[in-house]
Design a protein around this ligand. Structure first.
Ligand code: NAP
Length: 249
């Protein structure tokens, strides 16, 4: 039976690869993001490639309470329950702020609003609709949450205790909640025009495997965490970073 998978930020980069992964195994996938044209292009491309109509989209700013309520209404209208929620929307914000105390405050606010609110609001709004037992929540954090830089990493790190709370509260209902903390993943919109050949090489040289990560590698881990076989994995932070930061015992 096909599942319903909701992927925030599914119009580009890692989220798009995740949407493609689930559609390829026969799930229905709803992708969310602010840019309707980007979402439409992604849904059309994945549907055409897989010769399916499984990927649909809805444009919404997930840091806005009213718009998240709109998403919940839309999902309600689809009927059934949400089997997998992938909180992938986020980014590195506030670099355009002036080098002043006010600019610094704005940078912290932008990273909090852009990384924390989309995850916690969407999860809270869809919680009543999650499949019980068997529902899955997978949230994208970052290597930055474990080692900086501060504003972006601090915002992502806030998701870690939040995830622990979700796993604790929802475990008895048969729902798992896990974090994926990626290292450098190339070919997404994350770095915009900030990435340079030297910046790319520096990030690759931090890894033990001598390469950048690919969005499909994050999608594969998301697929595993969403599978029935992963029912004993919850409350975890899974690093996927080519060994750029080692796991600690
Ligand atoms: N690439 C990396 O090296 C890397 C490393 C560690 C962690 N990550 C994390 O992985 C996730 C995916 O990043 P990516 O690399 O795939 O970058 P990306 O291509 O920029 O994807 C981010 C997606 O999130 C959506 N989004 C952002 N804010 C949103 C909001 N308020 N409401 C709705 N949608 C929103 C964007 O769409 P719209 O602009 O249309 O809203 C976009 O599709 C992010 O959380 C990022 O922080 C990335």
């Amino acid at each position: 039976m096909s599942r319903l998978v909701v992927v925030s930020g599914g119009g580009s980069g890692i989220g798009r690869a995740i949407a493609e992964h689930f559609a390829a195994v026969g799930d229905d996938v709803l992708i969310l993001g602010r840019r309707a044209a980007t979402l439409a292009e992604a849904a059309d491309a994945v549907n055409a490639e897989l010769d399916t109509k499984r990927v649909t989209y809805l444009a919404a700013d997930l840091s806005d309470v009213r718009e998240v309520e709109g998403v919940a209404e839309h999902v309600s209208g689809l009927g059934g329950t949400v089997d997998v929620l992938v909180n992938n929307a986020g980014g590195f914000y506030g670099l355009d702020q002036p080098d002043t105390l006010a600019g610094y405050a704005a940078q912290w606010r932008a990273n909090f609003e852009g990384n924390v609110l989309p995850t916690v609001l969407l999860t809270e709004a869809l919680l009543p609709r999650l499949t019980r037992p068997g529902g899955r929540i997978v949230t994208l954090s970052s290597i930055a949450a474990l080692r900086g830089p501060g504003t972006y990493g601090g915002a992502k790190a806030a998701l870690h205790p939040w995830n622990a709370e979700q796993a604790t509260a929802l475990g008895p209902e048969g729902i798992t909640a896990n974090i994926i903390a990626p290292g450098y993943i190339e070919a997404t919109e994350f770095f915009g025009d900030r990435m340079t050949p030297a910046g790319h090489a520096a990030r690759v040289s931090q890894t033990l495997v001598g390469k950048a990560g690919r969005a499909a590698e994050i999608a594969a881990m998301t697929g595993y965490l969403a599978s029935p076989e992963a029912g004993f994995v919850t409350g975890q932070i899974l690093q996927i970073n080519g060994g750029a930061l080692l796991g600690r015992g």
